[in-house]
Design a protein around this ligand. Structure first.
Ligand code: BGC
Length: 390
């Protein structure tokens, strides 16, 4: 296999998989767990999820079997700070154990501090609408910075733009508000929160790398009509660049999550012959190249912190990974300083408002027994990770 490699990735490239706390841990008490009953598409609630809270050693072992040298997961704020200003040392010890297990297995832990969920007390005081929210979040960040060891790469907030839009713009996620003024206010607070967290993390550890994960999308105008081209530019600016521009100077890397290709504008949508995943999302590997090349302007290292496919039958996953990685390779050849790629997800998990039906995992999870089993595509990814190329 080694002799057939034509795309050699840079030395030290991080090959990883990603998860988040609420989607995998089980038994969380936060704004989502309260909201879920009766609200998810498939009627499920996160409940015990994959019980990764207790299976974390096994799960990190599964990442190791994929020859991963990095693992991205998140810390659940509601566990660490169950009451405002009161920190739970047992929860802290748990996450330290997760980090230590990664380090023991020679896996770089990439730790997300906020991945969509909130303690109930935070929601009760208005969540991100509260003007004090950035400072309140910063108290949690400070506690982590002072008490957690062994983390070099932090991701403060996962997909702030997407979160704010889903929760306050289109009203799909808790707290289900639909108000553009509130959306803007929330966004401003998330920007402030990130910048504060950036400073706090660096105050305690000068050398760590701090960034966010942005849900970056590949936009194309429906046709060459100038108006559509303008709308396309605006969409691209808001979704892909706004947060990075507003936090310039407070990012050590550009974190990119890539899932979406969207045709933008008014008029008839030309048909495409793209394959679609189980959620109907078109598969467009070239879009990852476009997003990466466009992020070159920031002159910062880039981590692809998420890229993955809902594919319960594992029909497209192997090819999906290969085709996207070819694009990553192309982008590196064309000058992008890309440092890592994290497949979403290590294992099937709770897909937010959609419940458990979408299956993104390289490992299947049989929820009643909680047994994890590798999907065939996991072998392909493991070989790529081992060879540092494809
Ligand atoms: C989120 C994940 C989610 C994935 C697939 C990303 O937007 O960060 O939590 O599971 O997309 O939808």
């Amino acid at each position: 296999m080694t002799s057939q490699i034509s795309c050699h990735f840079p030395k030290g490239f991080l090959w990883g998989t990603a998860t988040s706390a609420h989607q995998t841990e089980g038994n969380n008490l936060n704004d989502w767990s309260i909201w879920e009953p009766g609200k998810t598409v498939d009627g499920s609630v996160s409940g015990i999820a994959c019980d990764s809270y207790h299976h974390f050693r096994e799960d990190i072992g599964l990442a190791k079997k994929l020859n991963n040298n990095a693992y991205r997961f998140s810390i659940e704020w509601s566990r660490i700070e169950p009451r405002q200003g009161q920190f739970n040392t047992k929860a802290l010890r748990h996450y330290q154990a997760v980090i230590n297990e990664c380090l023991k297995q020679k896996i770089e832990p990439v730790v997300t501090i906020h991945h969509f969920t909130h303690p109930l007390w935070f929601s009760a005081i208005g969540g991100w609408e509260n003007q004090a929210a950035p400072q309140i979040f910063n108290n949690y960040v400070l506690y982590l910075a002072q008490n957690i060891t062994g983390v070099k790469i932090w991701c403060t907030i996962n997909e702030p733009m997407l979160y704010a839009w889903n929760a306050y713009g289109r009203g799909k996620w808790p707290p289900q508000k639909k108000n553009l003024g509130t959306w803007q206010q929330v966004l401003n607070n998330l920007i402030k929160a990130h910048c504060l967290a950036y400073q706090t993390l660096h105050l305690i550890n000068k050398k760590c790398l701090v960034g966010i994960a942005n849900n970056s999308q590949y936009f194309k105008p429906i046709n060459n009509n100038w108006l559509n081209k303008e709308i396309n530019k605006i969409a691209k600016y808001i979704i892909n660049d706004y947060f990075f521009k507003k936090t310039a100077g407070y990012e050590d890397y550009i974190g990119i999550n890539y899932y979406f290709y969207k045709l933008i504008g008014l008029g008839r949508r030309p048909p495409d012959n793209l394959l679609r995943n189980d959620l109907g999302w078109p598969i467009n590997p070239y879009g990852l190249y476009d997003v990466l090349i466009s992020a070159k302007k920031y002159n910062l290292p880039i981590y692809i912190l998420e890229n993955g496919i809902a594919d319960s039958q594992d029909k497209y996953r192997a090819n999906f990974i290969i085709e996207h990685l070819k694009m990553v390779y192309q982008a590196i050849q064309n000058g992008c300083n890309i440092k890592g790629y994290f497949y979403w997800s290590l294992l099937d998990n709770f897909e937010w408002d959609k419940g458990f039906v979408p299956r993104f995992g390289l490992y299947t999870v049989d929820y009643p027994s909680l047994k994890r089993k590798p999907r065939p595509s996991s072998k392909i990814y493991a070989t790529i990770c081992k060879n540092n190329g494809l």
